[in-house]
Design a protein around this ligand. Structure first.
Ligand SMILES: Cc1ncc(COP(=O)(O)O)c(C=O)c1O
Length: 399
């Protein structure tokens, strides 16, 4: 006869530290009838299915022994070479072979960095607010995560300088300088230079996440932190936003000692990123398709943002403000202070609109009257309906 086992003593301490409910809600998608502004999902209209059909057929026919086989932990050599060439094209700097490795998406790179560098109790600095997936990885590594205040221009370098002067020194500072998640803000060049100077002075590694960098609306961006300071920057990149997230592919580029440790950590996770995806991105990229496709994606997201901005202007009550992104998928909405965005969610879901409440993006003492909206995947007509619904529940909650 089966007995009911008690597994309560089974789990590691870090299992209780992780959290993750909010990310699960986002990944699960919204119920029918709910218009979702929650997930930073790329628009399926940007998925290059026709070209990929031909590429995948060719890979399966001509090289199953590579595309369907295990791959070297750091990535297939020809794909790494392509990625190094691509960094030169996009960032004006060509990394050496041992300064770049392939990862299974940007999120894996963050997890590998935490696994490699963070002992329990070690300090890690993040922009406040920041990407909630990164916060989960840091919590799972039992990091002591501190938020660096940010303002309308992004990370406040002077506030960070004060934190560093007070100590202790963080293992790294995780920043998203371009079209930040969740605020949509981009760090201006003078702040980039000041941040680099500060981190060099204190011997702090900058961990730069460039998930949305290639998706500026007008195609221009300030130089990346890694391109400005490869000696103190580890960069995580991903093909999830520019290609498609189902491929689970990204890269890490940075000081060779750091990249080597990430690769060693990868041997304990999936050992290698999928070969089929690597060869697919390489064939797609070498044929020049990114140069044709990404400008089309940029124009699409710029039009999406215009539509959302018009809907926000039209419907939101006085006392609400939002950021104006120059690219990416996200804007950050500030509601009147008495509104608690977590408490607002059930009414919003009942009204048929979904967003991500702000507290998910903070550690510790978070404001509760902010929320994140993604404009990547609804249609123009749906934006109008979604924001009218949101405005209705916000107006209902204002005292
Ligand atoms: C800032 C940021 N970094 C990393 C990721 C994770 O990307 P990936 O799908 O490559 O794991 C995301 C996904 O939303 C993101 O917004």
């Amino acid at each position: 006869m089966a007995t009911t086992a008690d597994w309560s003593g089974l789990f590691a301490r870090r299992a209780a530290l992780r959290g993750g409910d909010e990310l699960n809600l986002i990944l699960a998608g919204s119920p029918p009838g709910v218009l979702s502004l929650a997930g930073g999902f790329p628009n399926p209209a940007t998925f290059p299915t026709v070209v990929l059909e031909e590429i995948v057929a060719r890979l399966l026919r001509d090289e199953p022994g590579v595309a369907l086989q295990y791959a070297p932990c750091e990535g297939i050599a020809s794909f790494r070479e392509y990625l190094r060439d691509r960094q030169e094209l996009l960032q004006d700097r060509h990394p050496e072979a041992d300064e770049l490795m392939v990862t299974s998406g940007g999120m894996e790179c963050i997890a590998l960095a935490c696994q490699s560098m963070v002992d329990p109790g070690d300090r890690v600095a993040v922009e406040a607010p920041t990407y909630l997936g990164a916060l989960l990885a840091m919590a799972a590594a039992e990091a002591d995560v501190v938020g660096i205040p940010s303002d309308e221009e992004g990370l406040d370098v002077e506030a960070f300088a004060a934190q560093l002067a007070a100590g202790p020194r963080p293992k790294f500072a995780y920043v998203i300088p371009d079209h930040q998640n969740p605020t949509g803000r981009t760090l201006p060049l003078p702040r980039r230079r000041a941040l680099i100077e500060l981190c060099r002075r204190h011997g702090v590694l900058i961990f730069e996440d460039v998930a949305y960098r290639e998706l500026s609306f007008d195609g221009s961006s300030p130089p990346s932190l890694w391109s400005l300071a490869p000696d103190v920057v580890l960069q995580a990149g991903t093909f999830s936003k520019t290609f498609f997230p189902g491929v689970r592919l990204g890269w890490a580029v940075g000081p060779r000692e750091v990249v080597a440790q990430l690769a060693a950590a990868k041997l304990t996770t999936d050992q290698c990123a999928g070969g089929l995806g690597q060869r697919m991105v390489e064939a797609y990229g070498r044929a020049g398709h990114f140069e044709r496709q990404i400008p089309v994606a940029r124009a699409l997201y710029a039009a999406q943002w215009d539509a959302l901005a018009r809907a926000l202007e039209r419907h939101l009550p006085p006392g609400c403000t939002w950021t104006t992104p120059s690219g990416g998928f996200l804007t950050w909405l500030t509601l009147p202070e008495e509104i608690d965005t977590l408490a607002l969610r059930p009414a919003a879901t009942a009204a048929g609109v979904a967003f991500v409440p702000g507290p998910a993006f903070y550690v510790g003492d978070e404001p509760r009257h902010e929320l994140r909206l993604s404009f990547s995947h609804l249609t123009e007509a749906d934006f109008d309906i979604a924001i009218e619904r949101l405005a209705g529940v916000v107006a209902g909650a204002v005292r």
